[in-house]
Write a protein that binds this ligand. Structure first.
Ligand code: FES
Length: 67
């Protein structure tokens, strides 16, 4: 069943429980969930007043509408 989930974050959540920090994806676009893979860089051009619907692979915007 398809699902539209609202993600408002445009950057990862940094966790530092280990020697090296771990970045958890907060934008929902990573191909390596739950970890950030840098895909959030595509969010920078998004208008915070709009709702973006991505394709199943979370790579391409298929719909853009006023929120
Ligand atoms: S926060 Fe989602 S890919 Fe980085």
């Amino acid at each position: 069943m398809p699902r539209l989930v609202r993600h408002e974050a445009t950057a990862p959540i940094k966790i530092e429980p280990q020697d090296k920090p771990v970045f958890i994806c907060a934008c929902g676009l990573s191909q390596e969930l739950p970890f950030c893979d840098g895909a959030h860089k595509g969010c920078k051009a998004e208008d915070p007043k709009k709702l973006y619907v991505y394709d199943k692979k979370r790579k391409r915007i298929v719909e853009e509408r006023e929120d």
